[in-house]
Design a protein around this ligand. Structure first.
Ligand SMILES: Nc1ncnc2c1ncn2[C@@H]1O[C@H](COP(=O)(O)OP(=O)(O)OP(=O)(O)O)[C@@H](O)[C@H]1O
Ligand SMILES: [Mg+2]
Length: 225
C-alpha cells in the first residue's frame, strides 16, 4: 500500500545543508495502523508531508498503491491526494466561511463527485457526534469540535490512506480519546491504512506497529502483538 525507498529530504540554507530525512526504507501493508514516534525535530512531520505529497523529496521513491508520487507535478499530485489520502493535522484548517457540513463536503466536491455526498457528510457528522452542529461555522465550534469536523472531512471520500499528524495534540483527554476512537474505527471498518504521528505513548500503544525516527533515520521499527 505504501512503499518508501531511499527517501531523503535535505534543505539548503544560506550557510549549510540540513539533512532532515536520511534515506528511509519501509513498507506499510493495507489496513495497518502505524504510529510514527521520535523526538521533536526528528523528521516526523516532514515524512508525513512527503507521504501526503504536500512536499517533494530530495531523492527516493514513494509508491502509493504501486503509483509513484515522488516527482509528480502539482496537478497530478492533487488528483492522487483527492482519491487516496485523507489527512488530519494539528491545525484543523477548516474554511471559516463554510459551515461544518460544507467543510466536510468540500473534498467530495473537489473530486467532482455529486449525488449522495450530503448524506455521507451527515452520516460522518453523526459518527463524530456533531450532527446537531452541521450548520455551525468554525468560529462557533470549540477546538475539539473543529478537530472532529476535520476528521469527518478527511473521511468523506473514503480514502484508503489516512495520515494524521498529532491530531489530538491540542485536545483535552476526552476529545483526544474520541478522535483516536474515530481514527481506529475508520482504520478497522474501512480497512484504511492509518499513519499517525504522535508523542503520546498511550496513543501509540493502540497501533499495530511503531516506527521511531531520530535525526532523520529510523532507529526502531516494532510490530506489536
Ligand atoms: N523549511 C525548513 N528549513 C530548514 N529546516 C527545516 C525546514 N523544515 C523542517 N526543518 C527541520 O527539519 C527537522 C525536522 O522537522 P520536522 O518538522 O519534520 O520534525 P518533527 O519530528 O515533526 O518535530 P515535532 O515533534 O517538533 O513536530 C527539524 O530540525 C526542522 O528544524
Ligand atoms: Mg511535527
Amino acid at each position: 500500500m505504501i512503499k518508501v525507498s531511499g527517501l531523503t529530504k535535505s534543505i539548503a540554507t544560506a550557510t549549510h545543508r540540513v539533512d532532515i530525512l536520511r534515506g528511509l526504507n519501509f513498507e506499510i501493508p493495507r489496513g495497518q495502523f502505524t504510529a510514527i514516534m521520535g523526538p521533536s525535530g526528528s523528521g516526523k512531520s516532514t515524512l508525513l508531508g512527503l507521504l501526503a505529497g504536500l512536499d517533494s523529496p530530495t531523492s527516493g521513491s514513494i509508491l502509493l498503491d504501486g503509483e509513484e508520487i515522488a516527482g509528480l507535478d502539482e496537478d497530478r499530485m492533487a488528483a492522487v491526494r483527492g482519491r487516496k489520502i485523507g489527512f488530519v493535522f494539528q491545525a484543523y484548517n477548516l474554511i471559516p466561511t463554510l459551515t461544518a457540513e460544507e467543510n466536510v463536503l468540500l473534498p467530495y466536491e473537489l473530486n467532482g463527485a455529486n449525488g449522495e455526498g450530503r448524506e455521507r457528510a451527515r452520516e460522518l457528522l453523526g459518527v463524530v457526534g456533531l450532527l446537531g452542529r452541521a450548520d455551525h461555522y468554525p468560529v462557533q465550534l470549540s477546538g475539539g469540535e473543529q478537530q472532529r469536523v476535520a476528521l469527518a472531512r478527511a473521511f468523506i471520500v473514503r480514502p484508503p490512506i489516512l495520515l494524521a499528524d498529532e491530531p489530538t495534540g491540542n485536545l483535552d483527554t476526552a476529545n483526544g480519546q474520541k478522535v483516536l476512537e474515530i481514527l481506529v474505527e475508520m482504520n478497522r471498518k474501512e480497512q484504511a491504512t492509518l499513519v499517525l504521528v504522535t508523542h503520546d505513548r498511550e496513543l501509540a500503544s493502540h497501533a499495530d506497529r511503531i516506527i521511531t525516527l531520530r535525526d532523520g533515520d529510523i532507529v526502531a521499527d516494532e510490530l506489536r502483538a
